[in-house]
Design a binder for this molecule. Structure first.
Ligand SMILES: [Zn+2]
Length: 341
């Protein structure tokens, strides 16, 4: 059973991001892991985070949604959690997948305000999306939609924490940074509570989504220093792998590394790397790209790798297209998850 719990925690890990461009909601872990009515189980359980991730996926109608998790440091020593769960949270913190703070307080609301993401909480039901028990798992109730991303000047800079090993603002993280914590107007590291040094302008980052057969499967960020390869089975570590979602025909026609997207001075660019080519669908025309050819992707353009396998900015499609996304809990041992009737 322990092995199965680890698999669920691994699945949850794949849905954590402190990159505001990738995350779809903000969560206070100390609060969520004590929603005992979600499964009538232990006083605290990390698996409840998985239920909230699932609820967000159903709410948005998307596969693979990610959450921005804020963790009060006291959670790391919460004896209501298993040692396995505490170890997982520590690992996530070390990898910069979650944000651990000496005092989480209202940091979730600050992150929401700076990023435009909704908070998944019961603390202010109505204004926010509250995860509550529903048929077949947690559901989100409330009215908050994602607001437009704020243009706070602190988000336009790259920041450096005095702690060189800092997972959020350390030397290793010069892109995809979380929003800094504003303490009396001074950008600070939420984890180390120290003033951040300004390292210059932040390169622009653009969100893209992959849609296969009408369903949004994955959201990812493209930056100026972060070209992303998309294909059936690309070798690059940070690439987008379409393989699992393709059928016979599309799997044959789409190359292992099919195309590359990157933000340049001119804008968002796509370069074809494939055998069978890529189509850029604009309002006016279809542009066929062959290997080595590069074009700018306009705000409403769609990049087509093969019929039904598409790439575009998130606003291009109103719905994620799926009523029941794949659950991160599907590997959960049934003994740990008793759904309320
Ligand atoms: Zn730090």
């Amino acid at each position: 059973m322990r092995f199965e719990v680890s698999k669920v925690l691994d699945a949850i890990e794949g849905r954590l991001s402190t990159d505001p461009v990738v995350a779809r909601g903000v969560v206070d872990l100390a609060e969520v892991l004590r929603y005992t009515d979600l499964d009538a189980g232990r006083p605290a359980s990390l698996l409840r985070l998985g239920q909230v991730v699932d609820a967000l996926g159903r709410h948005l109608g998307e596969e693979g949604v990610a959450v921005y998790v804020v963790v009060d440091r006291s959670v790391l020593s919460d004896s209501d959690l298993t040692s396995n769960e505490r170890m997982a949270i520590r690992r996530w913190a070390d990898d910069g997948l979650v944000e651990v703070l000496p005092s989480a307080g209202d940091r979730v609301f600050e992150v929401a305000e700076l990023t435009g993401l909704p908070v998944l909480t019961r603390r202010e039901a109505g204004r926010w999306l509250a995860p509550v028990p529903g048929g077949g798992g947690a559901v989100l109730v409330g009215t908050a939609a994602a607001s437009p991303t704020s243009n706070h000047p602190a988000l336009a800079r790259i920041w450096q924490c005095p702690e060189p090993e800092c997972a959020l603002f350390g030397a290793q993280r010069q892109s995809a940074q979380p929003p800094p914590r504003m303490r009396s107007g001074v950008p600070s590291c939420p984890r180390h509570e120290q003033r951040l040094a300004d390292r210059g302008p932040r390169p622009p980052s653009v969100a893209l989504v992959v849609r296969v057969d009408g369903i949004v499967r994955q959201r990812f960020a493209v930056g100026a220093e972060r070209p992303v390869v998309v294909g059936r089975e690309p070798a690059e570590p940070s690439a987008v792998r379409l393989g699992p979602w393709l059928n016979g025909e599309s799997a044959r026609r789409i190359s292992r590394s099919h195309l590359r997207v990157v933000v340049t001075r001119a804008g968002l660019e796509v370069t074809d790397m494939s055998t069978n080519g890529t189509v850029l669908r604009t309002a006016a025309e279809l542009i066929r790209l062959s290997r080595g050819e590069t074009r700018l992707i306009g705000d409403n353009d769609v990049v087509v790798l093969h019929d039904g396998v598409e790439l575009a900015r998130p606003g291009r499609w109103r719905s994620g297209g799926v009523a029941d996304p794949r659950s991160v809990m599907s590997d959960a041992p049934t003994v740990a998850i008793r759904m309320p009737r």
